[in-house]
Design a protein around this ligand. Structure first.
Ligand code: TYM
Length: 332
């Protein structure tokens, strides 16, 4: 059975990139796959998280998944820390993956910045935990945004090396699913930088919890260039802001970017931005209402997470037992 695994970090500021690049795509996969969607709180603490904010954000991400249309009756929504197998398998993968592989990870370089000596060991080993997340359930397909591609290549390398080292055909080689017109949503302040939870400027992103005023204001203030909008995507070269805003429009409207170019060709950004703001509001408002409704009932959200973790543990346990046998851990 093909199985989907994907995750989101509960580090606050869930944004439009997370929604359009990942969560929204998950909704469309529910009919074809058995799915696990994970709030990766153990990944979150690779950088400092204030404990109360981490717990609140964990609920919020779970609520966002449900509000977007993930059905926790048919699929599993849970938080990573509640299934101990993630940490157990990650340790084994720490011993499979090579330092050189992790040294090449661009996300570590970006996040650690100049002060590598002061980065947590967890931040360095982060991709091994991610491989464990997926392979603990023998996940076969992983829907993510463009920025996770390198981590998934590492997941494939780890699975392959484990299989080779132990002479087994045990872990599947996962397939990344990177699709839609918003695989890399860029900052509203700089069309060459990724929209990110950690950007210091709140004007760089649309948060899933932003109200109508904030969304309209951020789009109005979004960086543009002085030219009218292009007639085709061929003219996006050297115009990253136009490419980004038109890509966001296309994703929200669920139409090809070429159609958006056709519709707005030659028009000024001001007209387009008004329409983009209206569309963003119309698309996001129902989900935001549902998120607020869910957040008003934290015990319901907690119940979904608890039930999801129990089901996830049930799937993980036989895999872990087999891994222990393969590695030679005595189970007396
Ligand atoms: P995270 O929490 O940074 O992001 C969650 C998802 O959102 C996507 N995404 C974007 N897509 C388009 N444009 C953007 N600007 C943008 N920013 C984020 C990400 O690609 C991701 O799909 N390491 C992962 C979490 C994780 C995971 C996993 C994912 C942990 N274990 C196992 C898949 C499978 C992360 O930090 O995502």
């Amino acid at each position: 059975m093909d199985r989907i695994f994907s995750g989101v970090q509960p580090t606050g500021n869930l944004h439009l990139g997370n929604y359009l690049g990942a969560i929204r795509n998950w909704v469309s996969l529910q009919d074809r796959f058995e799915c696990l969607f994970c709030v990766v709180d153990m990944h979150a603490i690779t950088t400092w998280q204030e404990p109360a904010a981490l717990a609140a954000s964990t609920r919020e991400v779970a609520a966002a998944m449900m509000a977007a249309g993930i059905d926790p009756g048919r699929h599993i929504i849970f938080n990573q820390s509640q299934v101990p197998g993630h940490a157990e398998l990650a340790w084994i993968f720490n011993c499979v993956a090579r330092m050189g592989w992790l040294n090449r990870m661009t996300q570590f370089k970006e996040k650690a910045g100049k002060n590598r000596e002061n980065a947590s060991v967890g931040l360095f080993a982060y991709p091994n935990l991610m491989a464990a997340d997926i392979l603990l359930y023998k996940g076969t397909h992983v829907p993510v945004g463009e920025d996770q591609k390198q981590h998934l290549e590492l997941t494939r390398d780890i699975a392959q090396k484990f299989n080779n080292d132990f002479g087994v055909d045990f872990f599947p080689i996962v397939e990344p699913l990177i699709f839609g017109s918003a695989t890399r949503v860029m900052s509203l302040r700089d069309g060459t930088a990724k929209m990110s939870k950690s950007d210091a400027s709140d004007y760089s992103r649309i948060n899933m919890t932003d109200d109508a005023d904030a969304i309209a204001r951020k789009i109005r203030k979004a960086k543009t260039d002085p030219h009218p909008l292009p007639a085709s995507t061929d003219a996006f070269d050297g115009r990253p802001e136009a490419a980004n805003l038109m890509g966001i429009f296309a994703a929200l409207a669920d139409t090809p970017v070429e159609d958006v170019c056709g519709r707005f060709a030659g028009q000024p950004f001001s007209t387009f931005k008004q329409e983009l703001a209206d569309l963003a509001l119309a698309t996001l408002a129902p989900m935001q209402d549902e998120m607020r409704r869910l957040m008003a009932d934290p015990s319901h959200v907690d119940g979904v997470l608890r039930d999801g973790a129990a089901r996830a543990r049930g799937l993980a346990e036989p895999v872990l037992r087999e891994v222990q046998d393969i590695v030679g851990f005595l189970r007396p």
